[in-house]
Design a binder for this molecule. Structure first.
Ligand SMILES: [Zn+2]
Length: 347
């Protein structure tokens, strides 16, 4: 940083956050004082199914669009924070085995971060989407206290993602695989029924958090079991994938089968948070995803069930907060921007 830059007011430079998803990119701008210049979703098609070249071009377009929209001159941008779904390395190289979002062979082992950096000519800093969301949840909740506090976020979707934040920074790990909370194995003795088979995860583990607390877990493990206990349930007539998606609506109506499934999910997340309590002892436990976007009474019941099943010591209970992740649709872009800002400030 040269002398002229040092005397500028902090707000005179910005970072851009770009969240790359299966169908859309979402973009935001964060100034150096920590203020977002965009208060709503700004999306463009991500074109990931058209391969890396089209997708990198679409990200560059999202970048240009957001600068135009916020009337931010390119010269004020110090860096770009990029997040994508995983699995990818800590530096944004998509897994050599590909992934759900990046299934074409051209994506396998593709360095999306490096490609975007070359395309736009600015430093690009990478996060996986769940870590970015966790970081945003943390900063939004703690504000000025963000850099002196810790949290854990569990985000329930098709899989189960999340992130671990310690003193304001997301823990990424040696290989970029820290915070893969869905694949943490948990004790299941008071989660499963005595005759319930061990739930299996796509990663190969039996009895990890995602095998229970995800849409995939509902479809592959929980619903097939519970439909045997409720053979006359209307969902028994639906294809299993559709039945899994319809289940939340039944939960909101207090349907006993649906509540049994969601109770098992909440207990599984409580077991995960118990592990977190003994690892990093965070100030806050955040929950995000479909289940918390549900109707408020159901959401509160779910959050309470998670809390009741998190084994905290008295001293921890007195200081811990349980909350839902707000603005989840913007959390990826915003978290990626926060990570970029932190990185730049540290340099
Ligand atoms: Zn797993």
């Amino acid at each position: 940083m040269d002398q002229a830059e040092k005397v500028r007011t902090p707000a005179s430079w910005v970072v851009v956050g770009l969240d790359n998803g299966g169908t859309c990119n979402n973009a935001t701008v964060l100034d150096a004082t920590g203020r977002f210049l965009v208060d709503h979703l700004v999306e463009n098609p991500s074109l990931v199914t058209e391969g890396p070249q089209a997708a990198v071009e679409a990200l560059a377009e999202a970048f240009d669009n957001i600068l135009t929209l916020t009337r931010t001159p390119l010269t004020l941008v110090r860096a770009v924070g990029l997040d994508t779904p995983g699995p990818a390395s800590a530096t944004g190289v998509i897994s050599s085995k590909g992934s759900t979002n990046f299934s074409q062979a051209a994506w396998h082992g593709f360095d999306i971060r490096g490609a975007l950096e070359r395309r736009i000519g600015l430093p690009v800093l990478y996060q996986n989407d769940a870590n970015a969301a966790a970081l945003y949840a943390h900063h939004r909740h703690f504000g000025d206290a963000a850099m002196s506090t810790s949290s854990i976020s569990a985000i329930v979707g098709t899989g189960m993602g999340g992130g671990v934040v310690v003193t304001g920074k997301v823990v990424s790990g040696a290989a970029g695989m820290a915070g893969e909370l869905g694949h943490v194995q948990i004790p299941l003795h008071d989660v499963l029924e005595p005759d319930q088979p061990l739930p299996m995860c796509n990663c190969g583990f039996g009895g990890d958090v995602e095998s229970v607390a995800s849409l995939t877990g509902i479809k592959n493990n929980l619903l097939p079991y519970w439909l045997k206990r409720f053979p006359d349930h209307p969902l028994a007539a639906e294809p299993i994938g559709r039945a899994a998606k319809l289940l939340r609506g039944y939960g909101e109506q207090k349907d006993p089968l649906a509540l049994a499934v969601f109770e098992q999910q909440a207990k599984a997340i409580g077991k995960l948070f118990t592990i977190a309590a003994n690892f990093t002892d965070p100030e806050a436990y955040f929950l995000g995803g479909g289940v918390v976007e549900a109707q408020p009474t159901f959401r509160q019941w779910f959050l309470n069930t998670v809390k009741e099943n998190t084994g905290l010591r008295r001293e921890q209970r007195e200081v811990a907060t349980f909350a839902v992740v707000a603005d989840l649709d913007m959390a990826g872009a915003r978290g990626a921007a926060v990570a970029a800002l932190e990185e730049i400030q540290d340099r």
